[in-house]
Design a protein around this ligand. Structure first.
Ligand SMILES: C[S@@+](CC[C@H](N)C(=O)[O-])C[C@H]1O[C@@H](n2cnc3c(N)ncnc32)[C@H](O)[C@@H]1O
Length: 235
């Protein structure tokens, strides 16, 4: 592992520190990205797994008819989520589990949507984590991500590199080129890119959707398609 990369211990320590103040710091700033991701997930509907659910800040924003499961590696973050579920009576939340996104303890094809909001740049091994998302997703389902995409070049790229060591201590990566997703799609072969669209704040974040082919595991999957920001391709 790159000495500057993230490891599980750094992450769990960082989010144990964030838990008491997370909603205050990251509640409003990520609101619009979360709303866009939830709208996309609910268009698919069915049973939704939210990975890295954290304090459960997004849970009340789903329709009460949407069946949800949440997982997170941080017990202190998840305790906040459980409190929220109890206080708001969110009976559509089927369960909250301390679980590593890289080793999801669900059978194959368990969910219609796998959602991860502001999570992929925080996990130690993003590609293995995305493989797990694809595994637990039903054929025809969608992976919906909101995530920070690193700059390809220019001043922002230099600043991201400079800030990277501090960001890792806080629990995330600043450098994460979109190429990592396109390379993953090429390799995984059960998924294809549906959409990449910029979401606030600061133009650094994207809503990214992948579809799992209906015949995944049986037929030759469709080739992935790189989609320019703002455009869509059908499934
Ligand atoms: C930036 S927070 C995002 C929380 C929430 N999704 C939101 O929208 O605000 C990242 C979350 O991912 C969780 N996380 C990081 N690595 C993880 C892993 N390997 N497995 C499960 N959860 C993880 C962290 O504990 C934290 O709660």
């Amino acid at each position: 592992m790159d000495h500057l990369d993230l490891d599980r211990d750094t992450i769990t320590k960082a989010y144990a520190r964030w838990a008491p103040v997370y909603d205050l710091v990251f509640g409003t700033v990520f609101e619009r990205g979360r709303a866009a991701a939830i709208a996309a997930a609910e268009r698919v509907g069915g049973r939704i797994l939210e990975v890295g659910v954290g304090t459960g800040i997004s849970l009340p924003d789903y329709k009460r008819t949407t069946r949800l499961c949440g997982v997170d590696i941080s017990a202190p973050m998840l305790e906040k989520a459980a409190e929220r579920v109890r206080e708001l009576g969110l009976t559509n939340v089927e369960g909250l589990f301390v679980m590593d996104a890289e080793k999801l303890e669900f059978p194959d094809a368990s969910f219609d949507v796998v959602m991860a909001q502001y999570v992929v740049t925080t996990v130690p091994n993003p590609e293995a984590t995305l493989d797990e998302f694809a595994r637990v997703l039903k054929p025809g389902g969608e992976i919906v991500l909101v995530s920070r995409v690193g700059a390809e070049l220019g001043l922002r790229k230099s600043l991201e590199k400079w800030f990277a060591p501090a960001a890792r201590k806080l629990g995330w990566r600043t450098e994460f080129p979109f190429e990592r997703y396109t390379n993953w799609v090429e390799r995984n072969s059960t998924v294809h890119l549906i959409e990449r669209r910029a979401v606030p704040p600061f133009g650094h974040f994207s809503l990214i959707r992948f579809g799992k082919s209906v015949g995944a595991g049986q037929l030759t999957p469709p080739r992935s398609a790189l989609v320019e920001a703002g455009s869509k391709v059908g499934r």
